[in-house]
Ligand binder design. Structure first.
Ligand code: XMP
Ligand code: MG
Length: 177
């Protein structure tokens, strides 16, 4: 079992940032056909909150991807474990992520949806670790920038645990013990 060290982002901070992101997305996509695509499992909690802050009807779908490497790093080689079943051709796609770290996962998915002929592909994440970035991807809607600490809660896990914490916590990892 890993120890939770401290709350990094409170419930209130998450709530107010999600409202702001929802308002910005509502303004930008008004009158357009928007499909939100949540990246499982981490983005499930954020997706549920974000979609309810959007002021017009949107379609939603989910996909699951995995990257080779350890559970806490990304290699950049992405495999799709579960794909969407929505026809997104000609529609505006917003990829919804829990956390952007190296950016390699989202770089790959952005290219994939461009190939699938989406009208546009944008990225929304609730958390970002800018100091870890390897791929220079534009993050159209960025929630909260955090330092390079391993975090759990609000959908994020350590070994599948802690996704249900309502706040974002810093967790002690093996390397730190
Ligand atoms: P990229 O491709 O941007 O991958 O490097 C982002 C994915 O890496 C995982 N990740 C974390 N998961 N706590 C987690 O629970 C963390 O601190 C963390 N940092 C990266 C996460 O799955 C994210 O979607
Ligand atoms: Mg994860």
């Amino acid at each position: 079992m890993k120890e939770l060290r401290k709350v990094l982002v409170s419930r209130a901070q998450l709530e107010s940032r999600v409202k702001e992101l929802g308002a910005a997305i509502s303004r930008d996509y008004e009158g357009k056909e928007l499909v939100l695509i949540g990246i499982l499992k981490g983005a499930a909690v954020f997706m549920a909150d974000l979609m309810r802050e959007i002021s017009f009807p949107v379609a939603i779908d989910y996909m699951s991807v995995s990257s080779y490497g350890s559970s806490s790093t990304t290699s950049g080689v992405i495999t799709i474990k579960q794909d969407i079943n929505t026809d997104i051709r000609g529609k505006h796609v917003l990829l919804v992520e829990d956390l952007i770290d190296t950016g390699l996962t989202l770089q790959h998915l952005g290219q994939l949806f461009a190939l699938r002929e989406a009208a546009s592909v944008s990225i929304c994440t609730i958390l970002s670790k800018p100091s870890r970035r390897l791929a220079d991807i534009p993050i159209d809607y960025c929630g909260i920038e955090i330092p390079d600490e391993f975090v759990v809660g609000y959908g994020l896990d350590y070994a599948e645990q802690y996704r249900n914490l309502p706040e974002v916590w810093i967790v002690e990892t093996e390397e730190q013990q």
